[in-house]
Design a protein around this ligand. Structure first.
Ligand code: A2P
Length: 222
């Protein structure tokens, strides 16, 4: 296939088509704007500022990071563990350049990152590395016991000095809490769906109607 002669990229992933990128960015900005005004959020503002009385402008707090995508495999030009094996996976070869419909099922915010959870289909899971969750074990001990695909997300922004790899770890942390039976605190029903607080600055908005995002499976070189 065409991938055989190619050098290994920085990462593989689904890249959102440009029309839906705008829609997702707008939805995320609206969410941050609304969250910022909620009394419940203000009550826990110190999660973000470290100080009482200090205000935070969430729209300014996070920096956007390039084109919106859902990373499947971070290869680091072949240096990452399992990179060569991933490129040889027949599904990766077959689906390279194909368009998929990703389902964005939730938005989440922490003091470090803002992202969208991606709920993968059986077919999409064929492109998902078997050890993606397990690799996060040092940061999130319960990660390996979460279902395959739990880490799938789109990074929408990072706080100053935070690397995008953190977004998937933040998502896994929230899902691990849910798996342990922590329901979180249902804060309110927002227009887009229920908003839940999981402590330590972790907020999850489950989308009543998931966003359907067409995305091309491809790779990125810097
Ligand atoms: P994410 O998928 O959360 O957005 P960078 O710009 O830091 O080199 O990262 C390039 C992309 O690869 C980003 O999308 C980033 O995070 C993802 N990424 C970086 N490091 C890792 C890693 N160790 N494991 C999984 N994904 C990673």
């Amino acid at each position: 296939g065409p991938l055989e002669e190619m050098s290994i990229p920085l990462y593989f992933g689904w890249f959102l088509l440009s029309s839906v990128q705008d829609k997702v960015r707008c939805t995320s900005m609206d969410f941050l704007k609304t969250l910022d005004t909620l009394e419940a959020f203000k009550k826990h503002m110190t999660d973000f500022t470290g100080k009482a009385e200090k205000e935070v402008d969430l729209e300014q707090y996070f920096e956007a990071k390039g084109t919106l995508h859902c990373t499947t495999k971070f290869c680091n030009y072949g240096k990452a563990e399992g990179a060569k094996e991933y490129v040889q996976n027949p599904a990766v070869q077959d689906f390279y350049g194909s368009t998929f419909e990703l389902s964005l099922s939730a938005l989440f915010v922490t003091p470090r990152t803002v992202g969208a959870r991606v709920s993968l289909t059986e077919e999409q899971l064929k492109l998902w590395p078997a050890d993606a969750e397990k690799e996060a074990e040092s940061a999130v001990p319960a990660a390996a016991s979460l279902p395959l695909g739990s880490r799938a997300h789109v990074t929408l922004g990072c706080a100053e000095g935070v690397e995008p790899v953190q977004t998937g770890l933040d998502l896994l942390q929230i899902l691990a809490l849910q798996q342990e039976g922590q329901q979180g605190e249902l804060v309110e029903e927002m227009e887009l769906g229920p908003l839940t607080y999981y402590g330590e600055g972790r907020w999850l908005l489950s989308l009543r109607e998931p966003i359907c995002a067409p995305a091309c499976f491809s790779s990125f070189y810097k």
